[in-house]
Each structure stands twice: as structure tokens, then as C-alpha cells.
Design a binder for this molecule. Structure first.
Ligand SMILES: [Zn+2]
Ligand SMILES: [Zn+2]
Length: 275
């Protein structure tokens, strides 16, 4: 959360102007000075890889080619185990440039990046947002929230809800215990750990009943976190659960040497990670 936003609107605008003077707007990809804050320079924008079809119709993971699209348009993971969420989408492939942006967004207080990422998410998730009736965010554990000072998923959810004209319930979900060791865990144990780690706040249950909920996160990896959110939300009475993330990690099973069909701004198909 921008600490300046606690001030009155006039004081806020004056503070932002003063900060802009001291710290001119810069590209969050390469730090070059920019005329507009929270926008990428042309070179960094061209280095972004936007996820484009073909992708798994459920989890949104990109397929490397039309030939790799599985039965019913599903990826191997979604075929092996039905997901508790209806569909998920990511805007950017989580490779070089997207990783730089997300890490700065999360760890370097570049919170204004939410205004850059939200329109990309809105475009990638247009079909989900058309059916959604409520926006929620993947929760951070309290200890991590204290250390970081903000939940990046809430910032994205707020920007997206405003743009899509949907109601926002930023504290619908809560982490019941820290999940620091998850990265080293296997997919199965990760899912089991997460299913215990995310719950609906009891006071928020009435707001969730009968809703089509879209869960916002910065990065969609295996889908285990989104699945845990979906199980909790559906247990609380949500009708359908969707996921929407700024970036999507490609499935290593679907990442051959030729790389994914991902689209750079120029419209040309470029190999993932080659820039
Ligand atoms: Zn740049
Ligand atoms: Zn899938």
C-alpha cells in the first residue's frame, strides 16, 4: 500500500509531485528515466511475452504448438487430476522480463506496477471476468505481510476490480499458517500443505455464497495455491472459482527446445525466454 495514500488528496498529490521531482519516473524493467510513471520503456515492453493461444482451457498453461494441445484442450496435469477451479489465465509468461517486473513489484516496493499489470490481466482474463461477480486476492501470511508491508495480490485485485467494475473482497481468504518450505516440496505434498493453509474468513462467508469468484495472484505456478483457494471458497458456498495472474509459469513438461508460442508486442512469435 502506498504510504502516501493516507494523506489528504491535495497533500498526496503534492507529495507525489515532490517525489517525482526527487526520483523521476523510471522504467521498472531497466530503470531508465521515463516521462510516465509505472510504464515500461519500448525495449522492455518488447521483451515481454504475452501468453496467447494455444493454452490449456482450464489452467491456462501455454502449449508449445497446436500439435501439443491435449484431448479436450487440456494439459497433462489437468487431464491427470480435475481442478477445483473452473479456469485460470495468466497475462505474461514468467520468463526474464516478467520475472524482473514481478520481483520488483513484490520486493522493491514498486507498487505502482499494479497499474501497469492490471490492464494486461484484464485482457488475458476477459472471458473469466465476464462471468465473475466478485474479486478476491490470494492471501499472504501475517508474518510475510508485516515484513513486506503490502500484499501484492491485493494491489492487483484492487486495480483489476476497479477497471472491471466488479466488487472487491480483499480479505475473504486468510493463511492459517506460514508455507515457507513449499518451494522444496513435491507437487502432491505442496497441494496437501496448502489445502490446510488457506481458509475463508468466517465473517466473509455470507458475501461469498452464490458468487462467481475470481482469485487474483501475481504468479500462477502449478495451480496448487489457486486450488487451495478454490476448495475453501467453494466450501464456503461460492458457485464457481476462476484464477487470474499477472504471470504464468510454463509447464516444464510442455517446454521443448523450440519453446512456447508466446507473443511479443510486435506480434511476431518469439521463443520463450530468448531476449
Ligand atoms: Zn526499460
Ligand atoms: Zn491445464
Amino acid at each position: 500500500m502506498n504510504p502516501l495514500s493516507r494523506f489528504s488528496p491535495l497533500a498526496y498529490r503534492a507529495s507525489v509531485a515532490a517525489l517525482d521531482f526527487l526520483l523521476p519516473p523510471h522504467c521498472p524493467g531497466c530503470a531508465v528515466t521515463q516521462p510516465v510513471p509505472n510504464q515500461l520503456c519500448a525495449e522492455c515492453f518488447l521483451a515481454c511475452h504475452f501468453i496467447a493461444p494455444p493454452f490449456c482451457r482450464v489452467c491456462g498453461v501455454p502449449f508449445p504448438s497446436d500439435q501439443r494441445v491435449g484431448p479436450a484442450g487440456l494439459c497433462p496435469t489437468c487431464i491427470a487430476q480435475p481442478r477445483p477451479f473452473a479456469a485460470a489465465r495468466g497475462a505474461l509468461a514468467y520468463d526474464g522480463m516478467a520475472r524482473t517486473l514481478i520481483l520488483r513489484f513484490k520486493n522493491a516496493s514498486e507498487t505502482g506496477l499494479a497499474e501497469f499489470l492490471a490492464p494486461l490481466m484484464q485482457r488475458a482474463g476477459a472471458d473469466l471476468l465476464a462471468k465473475a461477480t466478485l474479486v478476491v486476492a490470494v492471501p499472504l501470511h501475517q508474518s510475510r505481510l508485516r515484513a513486506r508491508g503490502y500484499n501484492q495480490a491485493v494491489l492487483l485485485a484492487r486495480a483489476l476490480a476497479r477497471r472491471a467494475g466488479l466488487p472487491l473482497l480483499p480479505d475473504a481468504l486468510v493463511r492459517t499458517h506460514a508455507t515457507e518450505k513449499l518451494r522444496a516440496a513435491t507437487a502432491r505434498s505442496r497441494a496437501e500443505t496448502l489445502s490446510d493453509a488457506i481458509a475463508v474468513r468466517p465473517a466473509r462467508v455470507p458475501r461469498l455464497v452464490g458468487q462467481n469468484v475470481v482469485v487474483i495472484d501475481d504468479v500462477l505456478t502449478s495451480g496448487a495455491t489457486l486450488s487451495a483457494c478454490a476448495v475453501a471458497l467453494r466450501s464456503a458456498g461460492a458457485t464457481e472459482v476462476y484464477g487470474l495472474a499477472a504471470a504464468r509459469v510454463p509447464d516444464p513438461q510442455l517446454r521443448p527446445a523450440q519453446a512456447s508460442r508466446l507473443v511479443s508486442l510486435g506480434g511476431a512469435e518469439t521463443p520463450a525466454g530468448k531476449h
